[in-house]
Design a protein around this ligand. Structure first.
Ligand code: CA
Length: 236
């Protein structure tokens, strides 16, 4: 029996967390003189929070505008950025638990029940309680050893490192591994790692945005992906 692996992104793919993330980002960065709209959030989705903040400050400095990091050493800058990210995380968590994306429970159950498929999480998130949350909503589907988080990589999405790491640890051929993503940078990461990448368009971007990022197939929702996989996955 040939094994396969599915590498799932988390925010916007497993959990319907993007609206709250966008709101939290928008509020917190505005208190630090930065602008990050809801649309920006979806376009930048997949980058680590630290990367996002670094870029926002650099962009503002490039325009010649004053910022909170002017005159700070690289170390102080990183500390300041980490504090802002912690503020954003606190606000996000105070908004309460986000629920699974429609249809993802059925899709994960289908893959799990096939018996020859390893289900992974590959995320730019660094939440400490991630596994507990996954296990609460999807009992016995995920395992800590099948997770790649922001803590495991140096260069996050859109770089290939997160998906390459999952692939290396899976011990499988690349053609036995599949990525499920919802956002352009995540799709770029999956494709840069040389993996077949499904895009599920759960957000406000167009299908074309996801296709241009390199997705091998774009579907409107998890139920459609389930139906496709029911037809195409090698039966046991
Ligand atoms: Ca995502």
């Amino acid at each position: 029996m040939s094994r396969q692996a599915f590498f799932f992104d988390m925010d916007g793919t497993i959990f319907d967390s993007m609206p709250n993330h966008a709101l939290a980002w928008e509020q917190v960065v505005s208190q630090h003189g930065l602008t990050f709209t809801r649309q920006d959030c979806f376009r930048q989705e997949g980058r680590t929070g630290i990367d996002v903040l670094e870029q926002l400050f650099l962009q503002k400095q490039a325009k010649g505008e004053p910022t909170e990091i002017d005159g700070l050493s690289p170390q102080q800058t990183m500390e300041h950025i980490k504090n802002i990210y912690a503020e954003k995380s606190r606000l996000f968590h105070s908004m309460g638990d986000t629920m699974p994306i429609n249809g993802v429970t059925e899709l994960l159950t289908f893959l799990h029940n096939k018996g020859n498929i390893d289900i992974w999480i590959v995320t730019g998130s660094a939440q400490q309680t991630l596994f507990d949350k996954l296990n609460t909503f999807f009992p016995n589907i995920f395992a800590p050893e099948r997770m790649v988080t922001a803590n495991d990589v140096i260069h996050g999405k859109p770089k290939p490192e997160p998906y390459l790491k999952a692939w290396e640890r899976s011990g499988l051929d690349k053609k036995q591994c599949f990525v499920v993503e919802n956002a352009p940078l995540g799709i770029m990461s999956g494709k840069a790692a040389g993996l077949y990448t499904y895009a599920v368009n759960t957000g406000p971007l167009t299908d074309n945005d996801l296709r241009q990022a390199g997705a091998d197939m774009v579907v409107p929702d998890m139920t459609t992906l389930l139906h496709i996989l029911e037809q195409t996955l090698i039966p046991l």
